[in-house]
Design a protein around this ligand. Structure first.
Ligand code: FAD
Length: 468
């Protein structure tokens, strides 16, 4: 489709826009190339223009102008999402929110910030009050809070606090609607679920209020085990130690750490399966005793390093969550991955069963979390990719064993999530984006109400054909 960009620019007056093709292309991509499937499907996707608002008023003007001209709008934080969430499938305007980056208010237990604020910058602003965000993705140093809420799910901190889906982990959201005269809505309590993890398909998040936790100078530790099952059992048990404050417990099977954690390589003996942990200093001695009981070998502790030794090491959480995959991809571009959930209380048995079957084709990577109050783990197994068909078979094997897969090789909300319509988000889209102009193609329920998820067929957005 051809949009009337000249009319748009005329309406936007002094608001900064760019239609330089190289810049538009850069702002039209995210980390979709993580997936060989998405890379094939989305490589040609491009917006037509990028807008860089610096205030709420500017965002509202942009939305009103795009509504009047029927130009799709795809919001963008930092573009670190890895399912093509922030890619404008129907072209149009990319709404770069990085200019709305102010931390507005810090109070005991909560912070209010503009949506484009970077997570690490929010924590820096909160540090003087001895507080920090409860949860952050491993892209903490680059991702925005609005993008995390709209496109992410949890991460570092989830072992204590659960995920963004848990009531109480988002206090409130201020949202702009996509209408002739955009309205501002304030969502609190379970209403936040209307727009959280909706990929920006049903409102533009302008401001967020998040709960805070006490901040610590977290100890980073790597614990080694000769046996993978022992490493997983130790990690699960550490997760259940409620009196040992912790922010991260990851388990990564050999030879992944040795092959891909290059800057930590000297701490990682060949053949060792590792647990990555972030523990509060007050719990340091208890943590050490607990680890000794389990026969874990302390391979690395950040608090015991000299300043010279610490130089050049990335933070431990940048070996965990999706960063494990990123580090592997940097060494071996043929690697990909899956996202799975091992349901409580069978998590350890399920981990053992699936990895016994898949072996080195899908090296294990577990992230322990609280899920509905129970300690269990997500899987982010690496996959030595051979073909899309084989990837589908591996997914089917997981699901047949009762291990749900949140497919990271799909760009739609439903296929990457629960494989069913989210009635609440759909209803909110009817209210907040009646013309369907926000991030088109990401919510199947909007595009094709009778799509049958049971066929296992992949949804292809009609807009993508223009790039085919
Ligand atoms: P973007 O990628 O810019 O946007 C994400 C989605 O939100 C898009 O659909 C976009 O349209 C929409 N959006 C952005 N801003 C707004 C807004 N203001 N209003 C409405 N919609 C908006 N995710 C996790 O949950 N946990 C992890 O541990 C994690 N680790 C990662 C590690 C790596 C190496 C990579 C590449 C990704 C990882 N991710 C993880 C995914 C992603 O980095 C995070 O979800 C991140 O928080 C996204 O923030 P962003 O600002 O980059 O969002």
């Amino acid at each position: 489709e051809n949009y009337d960009l000249a009319a748009l620019k005329a309406r936007l007056g002094g608001i900064r826009t760019e239609d330089n093709p190289a810049l538009v292309r850069q702002k039209s991509r995210d980390f979709y190339w993580y997936s060989p499937t998405l890379k094939r499907q989305l490589d040609a996707v491009n917006g037509d223009i990028v807008a860089f608002p610096t205030s709420e008023e500017e965002v509202l003007s942009i939305l009103a102008a795009c509504f009047a001209l029927s130009i799709p709008v795809t919001p963008r934080g930092a573009g670190t999402g890895n399912y093509g969430q922030a890619m404008p499938l129907a072209g149009g305007l990319v709404l770069d929110l990085s200019g709305l980056d102010k931390v507005l208010e810090i109070a005991p237990g909560r912070v209010r910030a503009q949506a484009g604020a970077i997570l690490a910058d929010i924590d820096e602003a909160c540090a003087a009050s001895g507080q920090e965000l409860r949860l952050h993705p491993s892209t903490y140093r680059t991702a925005s809070i609005g993008g995390f809420i709209a496109g992410g799910s949890g991460g570092v901190g989830s072992i204590t606090w659960g995920g963004l889906r848990d009531l109480g982990n988002i206090v409130s959201l201020r949202i702009a609607t996509m209408e002739a005269n955009p309205r501002m809505l304030h969502l609190t309590g379970e209403e936040v679920q209307k727009a959280s993890h909706a990929y920006g398909t049903n409102g533009i998040i302008l401001e967020v209020e998040m709960p805070l936790a006490p901040a610590y100078g977290w100890i980073e530790a790597i614990i080694g085990f000769a046996d993978f099952g022992e490493a997983a059992a130790y990690a699960n048990a550490l997760g259940e130690q409620d009196a040992i404050l912790k922010k991260l417990i990851s388990v990564i099977a050999a030879p992944i750490p040795q092959d891909y954690f290059l800057r930590h390589r000297k701490y990682l003996p060949d053949g060792m399966h590792v647990v990555l942990a972030m523990v509060a200093p007050v719990a340091g001695a208890a943590f050490e005793s607990f680890t000794n009981r389990w026969g874990g070998q302390m391979l690395f502790r950040s608090d015991l390093l000299g300043p010279e030794e610490a130089k050049g090491l990335p933070p431990l959480y940048e070996l965990a969550w999706n960063h494990t995959t990123l580090r592997a991809l940097r060494v071996d571009p043929s690697i990909t991955y899956l996202q799975t959930l091992y349901p409580f209380p069978d998590q350890l048995a399920l981990v053992e069963r699936i990895h016994a079957e898949l072996g080195d084709e899908a090296p294990a990577h577990l992230e322990f979390v609280r899920f509905d109050g129970k300690v269990t783990c997500f899987g982010l197994p690496l996959v030595r990719f051979t073909s899309e068909q084989r990837l589908e078979e591996i997914i089917a094997r997981h699901e047949a064993m009762g291990i749900p897969v949140f497919n990271p090789h799909r760009y739609t909300l439903e296929e990457g999530g629960m494989k069913q319509t989210d009635a609440v988000q759909l209803a909110f889209k009817r209210e907040a984006d009646p013309a369907g102009l926000l991030n088109p193609g990401k919510m199947i329920a909007w595009e094709q109400a009778d799509f049958d998820f049971d066929t296992g067929r992949t949804y292809l957005f009609a807009g993508l054909e223009r790039h085919a």
